[in-house]
Design a protein around this ligand. Structure first.
Ligand SMILES: [Zn+2]
Length: 244
């Protein structure tokens, strides 16, 4: 667990400081252990007491249990695969409070000097809804890192040709790739075709039954991301058929 403190002043009304945590899983690279590929998602909402003391159901199936499930699945896929570089899998807390989990992690890496070890970051946020069978999905980064976009497009074309992939070099501070980009880390935001396409976004109705085409869309995004991880981390073996 990567633990950090959220100042109570982030809440309204102000409450005492809250301790939060990003669950983390690490796999050490075989030959380049000090070069890291970070794969992350935030868990967005929980059915719990909110920081202002109120309680409300926040099922958050698509936003963002889908992304966290994707991180866990990618960790499962790579756990017994030799990688030359290290893999860091993380689910961030405090995203809706202002990207606090990813900000705290990046700040800790800056303080320790480990930020230079992070060679690439992949963010998953809302990967479970498509409005039609064209299965539109997005990969976003900023202008400085736009050279990574055609690499994602190539991997999608090869390993997930069912996706209609939209690439963009004008991302913004609306998910956890942002703080990595601010520190010059090549980072990609991989997701469905925008939060606006999902009618149940930030609603009590964000439940699995309202996600359309979740399996084929998430599967396509995860195949693309898995292929990217394999390339970035240095994998020399072919996957078996258990990854779908
Ligand atoms: Zn959200």
């Amino acid at each position: 667990m990567f633990s950090f403190t959220v100042p109570g002043s982030a809440c309204s009304p102000v409450i005492p400081d809250v301790s939060a945590g990003n669950p983390i899983g690490r796999k050490t690279g075989a030959s380049l252990p000090d070069e890291w590929i970070v794969v992350g998602a935030h868990y967005d909402a929980r059915n719990a007491t909110r920081c202002d003391g109120t309680q409300a159901p926040q099922p958050g199936a698509n936003d963002n249990a889908s992304g966290c499930a994707g991180v866990i699945e990618l960790a499962r896929v790579f756990q017994n695969v030799r990688t030359e570089r290290s893999l860091v899998f993380m689910c961030f807390a405090g995203e809706e409070q202002g990207l606090r989990g990813s900000q705290a992690f990046v700040n800790a890496l800056l303080n320790s000097g480990d930020i230079a070890k992070v060679k690439h970051m992949i963010n998953l946020d809302m990967i479970g809804h498509a409005i039609d069978d064209t299965l539109s999905a997005r990969v976003e980064t900023d202008a400085a890192q736009q050279s990574i976009l055609p690499i994602y497009a190539d991997h999608a074309a090869t390993y997930a040709p069912e996706l209609n992939l939209i690439i963009s070099a004008s991302t913004a501070a609306y998910s956890d790739h942002w703080h990595f980009l601010q520190r010059g880390v090549p980072a990609a935001f991989t997701w469905e075709n925008g939060a606006g396409i999902y009618p149940d976004y930030h609603q009590i109705s964000d439940v699995p039954g309202n996600m359309q085409r979740a399996q084929p869309l998430a599967s396509g995004i995860l195949k693309m991301d898995a292929a990217m991880i394999a390339t970035l981390a240095g994998v020399h073996v072919l996957f078996d058929d258990s990854f779908e």
